[in-house]
Design a protein around this ligand. Structure first.
Ligand code: FES
Length: 519
């Protein structure tokens, strides 16, 4: 089996029984803020796009690049479709001209013929990707690959039971706006960044240790930021407070822990996988030297992309849009239809600025009152400050997912009053009836957790109150505080209180005897 890196989370998998192109991404995403790192635009996309199967893990724009899929990927390819609760991914691919779809069922292997078998695990909580994320397992001729990309399964048992995995490809770097956009004192923000970076690395290594694959490929990041306004987000000096660490930084850390099985997959890297080996051909003579000269690479890349960034910015303004009126028209019915999210999110303030950074409008999304109206000084849970042009564009284009557009762009600043509130971001990614219905139903259906485990002298519920990660694998306990390394939520074990978000509690009490696990 051959893996060819195509950049970020992308790869092409070639076997004698067929080829699969995964998550090809080339064009800037999220208001022209994210670009693939390293630049992958020079690959032979004509050849790479001539495939038997296409797999798009989810609809985040760094995985689903509509312009690229339309132009470069064969419409004869059969799309391997994850088992999602909404049909948005299929609808968007049909619009691009794809007509052959294989609807998979989560965790059920599918034989594609001539010994090629795949299995897709679909994650469907409202916080997984844009309402859905997935991982792809592939087997041919006794060689198995797990392309986990940025999916976060609660554990990897479903894949492990199918046999030893030879290549495990997974996310290691940051892909979020936290903490960079938060209005915090620099030292506090740096402390949050250090904590987040360390947690990302820790989570990645826990997944790696879970699966015990022969070879590990850190993929799905980091993106790079080529607009001058966002340039500072690039990790140019291996800054421990920067969440966008690159592949080399991760591999150095990982190998520093005594491992030696990580492979850097650059755009154009080719890895030939066999039962007892992995031959890698890199597209550069010296991978280390490439990373040594990362800043040079980014500066040249930035110059090449300046016209694309300028053109994107010029397309955002739609001054004719009545932002307050349109927002009220779209958001109020959704707030009225929501029980779980609207009840929990509290009031959110949008401060809209003109192109010079002057505030021009203060809009309150008053979730408890199911209203969108001018802000009159009321207390809020979140304040987002952003350019009016961005909101004009979101409303003009009918965007239903502000996470997959505005928030991931990092083109805003945020202030939070009180603990993190997941309902706010989930609501803003569900600005359509279909999505909101799914999210509300998902929260309503959550089964109670009954199993307990013993960790470091505490009996705690086995499943994390946030999204059910197995705390036997993902918990770290420091004193009375339990941190779930899946997303970093913290719980005070003495009171059960969630320190990260107000509305989740953990069941826990002390035990006399410290054991690893009780039934
Ligand atoms: S599952 Fe998200 S923090 Fe535990």
């Amino acid at each position: 089996m051959r893996l060819t890196g195509t950049g970020h989370a992308g790869m092409r998998i070639d076997t004698a029984a067929g080829s699969i192109l995964c998550d090809p991404w080339v064009n800037a995403a999220f208001f022209a803020s994210w670009f693939p790192f390293p630049d992958n635009s020079g690959l032979d996309w004509e050849r790479l796009g001539d495939v038997d199967f296409l797999y798009v893990s989810h609809l985040h724009r760094d995985h689903f690049d509509a312009a690229h899929l339309r132009r470069w990927v064969s419409k004869q390819a059969t799309v391997l479709l994850p088992d999602y609760p909404t049909c948005e991914l299929e609808d968007e691919l049909r619009e691009l001209g794809f007509t052959h779809f294989l609807h998979t069922r989560s965790n059920e292997p599918v034989a594609l013929g001539d010994g090629l078998t795949i299995m897709i695990q679909a994650l469907t909580s409202p916080t997984d990707g844009p309402v859905g994320d997935s991982a792809l397992w592939v087997e041919h001729d006794g060689i198995r690959v797990l392309n986990q990309n940025d999916a976060r399964p609660t554990d990897l048992a479903e894949f492990a039971r199918l046999g030893h995995v030879h290549a495990h490809l997974l996310q290691f770097s940051g892909a979020i706006w936290y903490p960079m956009v938060y209005e915090l004192p620099p030292a506090t923000k740096a402390a949050h960044g250090r904590q987040k970076r360390a947690r990302q690395i820790d989570r990645t290594i826990r997944y790696i240790d879970d699966l015990k694959a022969s070879w590990v490929f850190p993929i799905a990041g980091p993106a790079c930021f080529l607009d001058d306004e966002l340039w500072a987000f690039n990790d140019l000096g291996d800054d421990p407070a920067n969440i966008f660490l690159d592949q080399r930084a991760f591999v150095d850390h990982y190998h520093g822990r005594g491992r030696a099985n990580a492979v850097i997959l650059l755009p154009g890297s080719v890895a030939e996988l066999a039962d007892h080996g992995c031959d890698v051909t890199q597209p550069v003579d010296d991978v280390g030297a490439f990373f040594d000269h990362k800043e040079e690479h980014l500066r040249a890349y930035r110059e090449r992309q300046r016209p694309a960034i300028a053109a994107a910015k010029a397309s955002w303004r739609h001054p004719e849009v009545d932002v307050l009126g349109e927002l009220a028209k779209r958001v109020e019915p959704l707030l009225g239809a929501s029980t779980h999210l609207a009840d929990r999110m509290g009031p959110v303030l949008l401060v809209l600025e003109d192109d010079r950074g002057e505030p021009v409008e203060h809009i309150l999304v008053d979730a408890p009152a199911e209203q969108v109206r001018p802000h009159e000084g009321e207390e809020v849970r979140y304040r987002f400050t952003l350019r009016r042009a961005l909101v004009e564009h979101l409303l003009h284009s009918g965007e239903v997912d502000w996470v997959n557009s505005l928030f991931l762009s990092c083109r805003f600043s945020a202030r939070r009053y009180g603990p993190y509130n997941e309902a706010v971001f989930t609501f803003f990614k569900c600005l359509s009836e279909e999505r909101l219905r799914h999210a509300e139903a998902w929260y309503a259906d959550r089964a109670p957790v009954t199993e307990d485990i013993t960790l470091d002298g505490w009996v705690v519920q086995r499943r994390c109150p946030h999204l059910s990660a197995d705390l036997d694998r993902f918990a770290v306990i420091d004193g009375d505080v339990l941190t779930c390394q899946m997303h970093g939520w913290q719980f005070d074990l003495a009171t059960g209180r969630c320190l990260t978000s107000g509305d989740h509690e953990i069941r826990a009490h002390r035990v006399e005897t410290v054991g690893r696990r009780v039934g």
